[in-house]
Design a protein around this ligand. Structure first.
Ligand code: FES
Length: 525
């Protein structure tokens, strides 16, 4: 039995396999612009389409519910409007990796014709979405710009823009309207349709099926949940009379595109980094090696896909720390044992003694943006400003990039960055705003609950990580300098400078995230 409906203006009749609209769109009908960031959690908005003109999250919409109805994806939007949205997102820097963007455009395009499209109403509409890269502000700007832009391309140097994005993101990245339209070359989008699908089986191996649904069923997929368990801070602050003390927990990198790859027998696997490297979090992804191994074993192309729950349970986290420091930058920083973390701290804060500690918990990685050196630099920079908390926080990153940050009126975040030739002001500004968003979440709201006995994360849904939504994000003002040097990464310095500035502004609370209980968790421990 098929389910007859209208897809982007054409009649389709795919078989009803009991699955979701998203699975059918992507894997039976070839609509790869509609993305899967957390299915079937229905929490990230990447898979937003219109059903009879109303935005719906396709991963929790059963296919059979759209029988006889009209489904519109980004590919079915009026071409000139679609082009205008893509130009607006590109022109404002509202799309970085681009994974969240097709769903966001569908949401915002649904508002067209509304009487008021002010920032507040756009931010309200974005409640159903998450973006890890941009920090929202540029998306609000894109929503305002779209009515004034045509779909004609501008004369902007997109190669230079891509160079800056690559420097900031830490992996090859393209920039332009096509990225906003979901064409970032993500591995799960480029896999051949006849590829077998492999998912983690929960026992260290892989469950393989003809379809994603079949593979997940045979793996006995763990359903995502958000626990009510409080955050657990596994390390104790070293004894001493410190000027500053800081204690953090595991932070989930929370990139929107889950790890994926595919490979033909004897071939090269597709990179899991796609359009950006998830700020270092996917550097060690095992998906490509697994795709190659399984394709060679099975003699068929194999597509490896991790679910959101797989990523949370097996992917690397930002390592927890507990530190005591003096205003002169001396002190002790304890950190969950992580290869490379001691060198990262020593390179930034030579006055801090590093004590690596074995803790029971999920894997950690020094590749994650600013891991180790970021916490150390926060302590040193905040300590340097103890005499006069009104002065801007200054941070120099290992890249040589420099940033100053302070919190202005209305919680407004002020940022100055200097990182060589800007190459493209739009992209650099977007990365700085995104870094400020990540910093604010890092200090105030982000963390995942981990079972102290087993080390297994309790929080498996993307909404449980504490990522700040559009309505929670203050304005960020970015001033870009040009020191005449070669271009280097600047947004990592912004991440750390803003984190330190927010921490100082908030009164240097010992434990991050500082506002976790207010976000509905139990008391932090
Ligand atoms: Fe939004 Fe990357 S651009 S998640």
């Amino acid at each position: 039995m098929g389910v007859a409906f209208t897809l982007d203006g054409r009649a389709v009749d795919p078989p009803d396999d009991g699955g979701s609209l998203l699975e059918t769109l992507r894997h039976r009908l070839g609509v790869r612009t509609t993305k899967d960031g957390c299915s079937p959690q229905g929490q990230c908005g990447c898979c937003t389409v219109w059903v009879d003109g109303t935005p719906r999250v396709a991963c929790v919409t059963p296919l059979r519910r759209v029988a006889g109805r009209s489904v519109t994806t980004l590919e079915g939007l009026d071409a000139s409007r679609r082009g205008a949205w893509a130009e607006a997102f590109s022109a404002t820097g509202a799309s970085q990796c681009g994974y969240c963007t097709p769903g966001i455009i569908m949401r915002l395009a649904g508002l067209e014709g509304a009487k008021r499209l002010d920032d507040a109403s756009v931010a309200s509409a974005l409640v159903a979405h998450l973006c890890r890269c941009t920090g929202w502000q540029t998306i609000l700007e894109a929503a305002q710009a779209t009515s004034q832009l045509s779909d004609r391309p501008t004369g902007r140097d997109l190669e230079a823009a891509a160079w800056r994005a690559t420097i900031e993101g830490g992996a090859r990245q393209r920039v332009g309207p096509a990225i906003a339209l979901g064409q970032g070359g993500f591995a799960d989008d480029t896999a051949p349709p006849d590829a077998l699908v492999a998912v983690p089986d929960g026992r260290g191996g892989w469950a393989v099926g003809d379809t994603l649904a079949e593979a997940r069923t045979s793996a006995g997929k763990v359903q995502g949940r958000r626990s009510t368990v409080g955050l657990h801070h596994p390390l104790e602050i070293p004894p001493g009379g410190w000027d500053l003390s800081l204690r953090t927990t595991w932070v989930e990198p929370a990139y929107l595109e889950t790890d994926a790859s595919w490979c033909r027998p004897g071939g090269e696997p597709a990179t899991a980094l796609a359009n950006g490297g998830a700020f270092g979090a996917k550097v060690g992804s095992g998906a490509p090696a697994a795709a190659r191994r399984l394709a060679d074993q099975l003699g068929r192309p194999v597509r490896v896909v991790l679910s959101r729950e797989d990523v949370v349970r097996t992917g690397p986290k930002r390592p927890p720390v507990a530190a005591g420091a003096m205003a002169d930058g001396s002190g002790i920083i304890r950190v969950a044992r992580t290869p490379g973390i001691a060198a990262a701290v020593a390179g930034t804060a030579p006055g801090l003694v590093v004590e690596e500690v074995d803790v029971v918990g999920p894997p950690t990685s020094a590749s994650i943006r600013g891991a180790g050196w970021g916490e150390a630099a926060v302590l040193v920079a905040a300590g340097a400003g103890l005499d006069d908390p009104s002065t801007p926080i200054r941070v120099t990153a290992p890249s040589g990039g420099q940033a100053e940050a302070w919190v202005g009126s209305d919680d407004r975040l002020q940022v100055r960055v200097s990182c060589g030739e800007p190459l493209d002001q739009v992209v650099l500004r977007s990365y700085c705003i995104g870094a400020a968003h990540m910093a604010l979440g890092w200090v105030r709201s982000e963390g995942i609950a981990v079972d102290p006995a087993t080390g297994v994360p309790h929080d498996l849904t993307i909404r449980s990580f504490g990522i700040l939504g559009a309505r929670e994000m203050p304005k960020v003002e970015v001033e870009i300098g040009d020191d005449g040097g070669p271009p280097v990464n600047g947004s990592d310095a912004v991440l750390v400078a803003v984190a330190a500035a927010v921490w100082v502004h908030d009164g240097l609370p010992v434990q991050w995230p500082t506002m976790a209980p207010a976000r509905g968790r139990g008391a932090a421990t």
